[in-house]
Design a protein around this ligand. Structure first.
Ligand code: FAD
Length: 403
């Protein structure tokens, strides 16, 4: 918008997670004032690692944090798939020079707290962004020219538009779409970190490694300058209720993995301070916009983590949103709808494919697993790159990659 202002009122962003802060930054860089309302008393992220495809780096560059983000990442050499019953490698994807040349950026892993800090520091430095904590956005009202957000404290905040970046349990979504609670997947995820010196020498791979077994899988990769290995393991045990971050004993964790190879069980045995999540997602929808209100990130398209793309999609959303608002400075409603229509197919594809690879790659057994191994083993590196082109070649703006 070359410094133009859509309105004297700020754009309000509900939620100060990775998606909300990325959106605030993108909008401020286009010359808009932004007010971020975060429910928690402090801005921060829990949990450990997160994987970033090359599409995340395209977003970092657009949002002006490319250098800071590159500085705290661990650059892994491979995505490696192991058979959790036999401890044999099924296939890997090389992430070296050919991959970087193909997609214009690397694949990396980072501590999600470090990534959040990169966005937070950039937002704090930007004079157009105001960050308010302990601000629980409950509901909104709008007229033709503004949106008023009602907070749990009884206060109101008025803006030119409202971006609901308030995550899986979004209050803004309740009002925009009203489609009830998220779907409980029945998949239980346990997270831990292992100090690198405790990890078996022969498993200290510079790879994001997935061990796929019947109704269960393990993922590990080095993190935080190789100080630790991030360990995330999942068991499809038909858990009925959503859970987030509940501490759990190792004995309980091990129960879902009694049938996997000893080498995989030994990795789990090294984990400490386990925490449990029961994963939720939603079926894709297309109506993320209500006049001057739009959803972004997990509030719009929550997905299972199996493509490692939820945060990447939230950052792409931020790119697209800020681009569209800048492109249509005097037509906020039109800009939000242009953002929505540019993002829906791409995020739908990632949501659906995340479910599908859970069923067909991460958790199959018997003949289904043997078929997986045969199909995946047969592909060349070039064929893998070709399959991933639509995803890693996208940047949130580019139509041909549904985004
Ligand atoms: C086990 C696991 C592994 C994952 N691995 C990856 C990965 O490798 N790569 C990847 O890209 N993604 C991954 N993801 C997905 C990723 O974590 C999410 O998609 C991403 O964090 C979504 O960001 P968000 O900002 O949209 O939502 P959130 O991170 O949920 O942030 C929402 C924010 O809104 C705040 N909030 C909530 N309600 C309100 C309210 N009423 N008012 C104001 N503020 C509110 C919250 O406190 C929070 O700060 C993984 C997810 C899981 C569960």
């Amino acid at each position: 918008m070359a410094g133009g202002r859509a309105s004297a009122l700020p754009i309000i962003v509900a939620g100060g997670g990775i998606g909300g802060l990325a959106a605030a930054l993108g909008l401020a860089l286009k010359g808009l004032d932004v007010l971020v309302l975060e429910k928690a008393p402090q801005l921060g992220e829990i949990g450990a690692g997160i994987q970033l495809g090359p599409n995340a780096f395209h977003a970092f560059d657009y949002l002006g944090v490319g250098e800071a983000a590159r500085g705290m990442a661990v650059y892994i050499d491979q995505l490696r798939l192991m058979d959790a019953l036999t401890a044999e490698e099924i296939m890997h994807i090389d992430l070296g020079e050919a991959f970087r040349a193909r997609f214009g950026n690397p694949y990396a892993v980072v501590h999600r707290g470090d990534l959040h800090k990169v966005f937070l520091a950039a937002c704090r430095e930007h004079s157009r962004i105001e960050l308010r904590v302990s601000s629980d956005a409950m509901a909104y009202d709008q007229d033709g020219s503004s949106v008023t957000v009602r907070l749990a404290s009884g206060e109101n905040a008025r803006g030119a538009a409202l971006i609901g970046a308030d995550g899986l349990w979004s209050n803004v979504r309740k009002q925009v779409i009203g489609d009830g609670p998220p779907r409980v997947s029945g998949h239980t995820t346990y997270r831990s970190v292992i100090p690198t010196e405790r990890m078996a020498q022969d498993l200290r791979w510079n790879a994001a490694t997935l061990w796929a077994g019947p109704k269960c899988h393990l993922v590990h990769y080095p993190l935080s300058g190789w100080k630790v290995f991030n360990l995330v393991i999942t068991c499809h045990n038909d858990a009925p209720e959503p859970v987030a971050g509940k501490p759990v004993a190792k004995e309980e964790v091990m129960q879902g993995f009694a049938h996997v190879h000893e080498q995989a069980r030994k990795i789990i045995d090294l984990g400490m301070d386990w925490k449990l999540w029961v994963l939720c997602d939603r079926a894709p929808v297309e109506n993320w916009v209500d006049g001057r209100v739009a959803l972004l990130g997990d509030a719009a398209h929550p997905m299972l983590q199996y493509m490692a793309q939820g945060a990447c999609m939230a950052m792409e959303d931020a790119v697209c949103l800020s681009h569209m608002i800048a492109a249509y400075p005097d037509r906020i409603e039109g800009a939000l709808d242009a953002y929505r229509s540019r993002r829906v197919l791409r995020t739908t594809r990632v949501q659906l494919q995340s479910r599908a690879i859970g069923d067909h790659v991460y958790h199959p057994s018997g003949a289904h697993a043997q078929l997986r191994n045969a199909i995946m083993r047969a592909k060349t590196q070039e064929e893998w790159y070709e399959m991933l082109q639509w995803l890693y070649g996208g940047n949130g703006l580019d139509e041909k990659n549904f985004g």
